[in-house]
Design a protein around this ligand. Structure first.
Ligand code: OGA
Ligand code: NI
Length: 335
C-alpha cells in the first residue's frame, strides 16, 4: 500500500518500532567520518597521455575498496542537475500521484515502493521510498515511466543515456586494466540497465535506523549519484567509512558479477546508507547488469596455475534468485 511510503506518514518526530534496527546493525551514535579514503579519479586524464595511469588507479581502487568516485566524466552538469531536480520533484508529488505506481512487481517498467520490494516479508524496514525504472530498451521503457513531473521522461531518459555511456566507458577502462580482449563486457554482460532513485526523508533518530541496510550490488557495476547530502558508507577492513558527497561526481562500485568475471581480483564490497535528521537525501543508482540468460563466469584469461578458478559459472537469472532467497526477510537484505 502506498500509505506505507515513509514520506506519506512520517511526522518527523516518531520512529516506529518496525524501523528500529538491532543494536549490532544500527549506526548508533558512533560518528563515521567522511573520508578521503575513497579515491576521486579524474576521467579527463584517461583521454590523454595519462590513460594507463588512470586505468591503474581504477583497478587499484576496485581491488582494494571496490569503490571510487569519478569527476570530469563527460556527463554534462545540466543533465545531472535536471535529473536531480526531477527526482526531487517526483518525490514531492502528492501521495495520490505516487500511489499510481506503487507496486512490488519487479517485472513492471516503473514502480514506486518503500524500504524494499520485500516490504511485506521483512521484519525491519529501511527509512526510504524508492522509484525503480527499467531502462532497457530505453525508448520502450520510457513510455511506462512516470508522466509527472512533465519533463520526467525526457530528462531522466537523457540522464540514463549519458550515465549509461559513462558506464560503458568505465567498463572499457576496466577491461583494458584487467588485460581482457577489447569489448569483453560490451555485449550481453552489460546489456541490462535498471535505475533505483531513492528518497531518504529526514529521520527522527538516525542512530536507530538505516536508510539502506548493508548489502552488496549483485550486477556488474553501479553508477551512483549521491548528490549533495552524504550518507553512503563503505565497509573497509571491518570498519565503516563515509563517502564524501561531491556535487556532480559519480560514485562507482564493483558489482558481484564483476567480482566473478575478474576471478576475485576486483571486489564487490558491502555498503549501506545512514539517514539524516535535518535533510532529505535523494540518490540515484544506475545498475548495469548482464541479461538474465547470460552465463557469468571467470574470464579464461584470468585463470591460470597461480590463479585457480574461484567461482563456478552461473546463469545471472539463477544468481539473482539465490541472492534474493538468501536475503529475503533477513537483516542483510538486497538493494
Ligand atoms: C543501492 C545503494 C546507495 C544510496 O541502491 O544499491 O547502495 O546512496 N544506494 O542510495
Ligand atoms: Ni548498493
Amino acid at each position: 500500500m502506498a500509505e506505507n511510503l515513509v514520506s506519506s506518514w512520517s511526522d518527523g518526530k516518531t520512529l516506529p518500532e518496525s524501523y528500529v534496527f538491532p543494536p549490532e546493525t544500527r549506526p548508533g551514535n558512533h560518528v563515521v567520518p567522511t573520508s578521503k579514503t575513497v579515491p576521486v579519479i579524474d576521467l579527463g586524464e584517461a583521454k590523454g597521455l595519462n590513460r594507463k595511469e588512470t586505468i591503474q588507479k581504477i583497478i587499484q581502487a576496485s581491488q582494494e575498496l571496490g569503490f571510487f568516485q569519478v569527476i570530469n566524466h563527460g556527463v554534462p552538469k545540466t543533465v545531472v542537475d535536471d535529473a536531480r531536480d526531477t527526482f526531487k520533484e517526483f518525490f514531492e508529488l502528492p501521495l495520490e500521484e505516487k500511489s499510481k505506481l506503487y507496486s512490488l512487481d519487479l517485472s513492471k517498467k516503473a514502480i514506486v515502493y518503500t524500504s524494499n520490494v520485500d516490504f511485506d516479508k521483512e521484519e525491519i524496514h529501511n527509512w526510504r521510498d524508492s522509484l525503480r525504472l527499467l531502462c532497457t530498451p530505453l525508448e520502450e521503457c520510457i513510455q511506462s515511466w512516470p508522466e509527472k513531473p512533465t519533463r520526467c521522461r525526457k530528462v531522466v531518459g537523457e540522464y540514463v543515456r549519458e550515465v549509461g555511456k559513462l558506464g560503458s566507458g568505465i567498463l572499457e577502462l576496466i577491461c583494458e586494466g584487467l588485460g581482457l580482449e577489447p569489448g569483453y563486457f560490451a555485449n550481453k554482460l552489460s546489456e541490462q540497465q535498471v535505475m533505483a532513485v531513492h528518497h531518504y526523508p529526514p529521520c527522527p533518530d538516525p542512530s536507530l535506523t538505516m536508510g539502506t541496510r548493508k548489502h552488496s550490488d549483485p550486477g556488474l557495476i553501479t553508477l551512483l549519484l549521491q548528490g549533495n547530502v552524504p550518507g553512503l558508507q563503505v565497509l573497509k577492513d571491518g570498519k565503516w567509512i563515509g563517502v564524501e558527497a561531491i556535487p556532480h561526481a559519480f560514485v562507482i562500485n564493483i558489482g558481484t558479477q564483476l567480482q566473478i568475471i575478474s576471478n576475485g581480483k576486483l571486489r564487490s564490497v558491502e555498503h549501506r546508507v545512514v539517514t539524516s535528521k535535518n535533510e532529505a537525501r535523494f540518490s540515484a543508482a544506475l545498475f548495469i547488469e548482464p541479461t538474465r540468460d547470460s552465463i557469468v563466469e571467470p574470464a579464461k584469461a584470468l585463470v591460470n596455475a597461480n590463479n585457480p578458478q574461484l567461482y563456478k559459472g552461473v546463469r545471472f537469472e539463477h544468481f539473482i534468485q539465490m541472492f534474493r532467497s538468501t536475503y529475503v526477510g533477513k537483516m542483510e537484505d538486497v538493494m
